[in-house]
Design a protein around this ligand. Structure first.
Ligand code: HEC
Length: 260
């Protein structure tokens, strides 16, 4: 049974003056285009980080928390360069990397090994081979990828929080003129993106600490997109093509009690 009460402040799109509907339509068009570019940007930025095409949870983990894969030096020692030195020495270097690639340990254990086994080719003379001579040079090959820095996240967070609030306020305001029953569903659609923004932005940080939070980033992003699409399409459609039930747009039919 449909709830026939209408809030006295509620006006359906069809009751609004043409100029206002034009304003809403223009806004929807531009905001929709902005959202598309946002999606393209996210996709270009993060998809395929894990080596596979498409946007996945692993891509998000790598982008916020860093790659759990070994460093370049480890990869070389376990791969193409493994025959260049005794296995024990290789293990020594790898242990040094795992322990944080400290400078004093480098001088006592790693430097002699590298000088003896690697510098014949990696002394910087060949521009195509990485220079392994000295702590500074070798450090660049053992840098751990820790994902987006806190500084970057904080900067992007505040831009996101403000920007998204504007977008979803405007969109939700326009959408509030749509006729949707039940009312709780309509309110839920309006509320969802705001909850998602909070969950999304906080999960960027949580993903650094505990990687499964990347799922929250993905799901929140998806839900946000879904409510955006729902509000956009419903508003556009009801603004120009839809005729609400008669009791809705009878302006003088607005009852005393209701909650639209
Ligand atoms: C005989 C010459 C030679 C020696 C000795 C040698 N390398 Fe290499 N190294 C190469 C060449 C050639 C490549 C590039 C081709 C490849 O990746 O297989 C390479 C590639 C690498 C790479 C990855 C690509 C790059 O240049 O960033 C690393 C890291 C590396 N070597 C580390 C070492 C270490 C550590 C040692 C000592 C244990 C060592 N190499 C000894 C010739 C050498």
């Amino acid at each position: 049974m449909i709830d026939r009460r209408i809030h006295r402040l509620y006006r359906h799109f069809q009751e609004l003056p043409l100029s206002m509907r034009t304003l809403f339509t223009g806004t929807l068009l531009v905001v929709g285009m902005g959202y598309m570019f946002g999606l393209i940007y996210v996709y270009a930025q993060d998809a395929g980080r894990d080596g596979k095409p498409g946007l996945s949870v692993d891509d998000i983990i790598i982008s916020y928390s860093g790659s759990s894969e070994g460093t370049k030096l480890e990869a070389a020692l376990q791969g193409p360069m493994s025959s260049m030195l005794p296995a024990g020495d290789s293990a020594e270097i790898i242990r040094w990397i795992k322990d944080g690639a400290d400078k004093t340990v480098y001088e006592t254990t790693v430097q002699p090994i590298v000088e003896q086994n690697c510098l014949d080719c990696h002394d910087g003379g060949n521009p195509h081979l990485s220079n392994l001579d000295g702590f500074e040079n070798i450090s660049t090959l053992v840098a751990q990828d820790t994902g987006a820095s806190l500084h970057t996240l904080v900067r992007v967070s505040h831009i996101h929080l403000f920007g998204m609030t504007f977008i979803f306020f405007i969109l939700g305001f326009i959408f509030s003129h749509a006729f949707i029953r039940p009312i709780w569903l309509k309110s839920l659609v309006v509320l969802t993106p705001f909850v998602c923004i909070i969950a999304d932005v906080s999960s960027w940080y949580f993903t650094k600490i505990y990687t499964p939070f990347a799922w929250v980033v993905l799901v929140a992003g998806g839900l946000m997109g879904a409510s955006f699409a729902f509000m956009w399409i419903t508003s556009m459609y009801q603004m120009w093509f839809y005729k609400p039930p008669e009791w809705v747009d009878k302006t003088d039919g607005h009852g005393p009690e209701a909650d639209d």
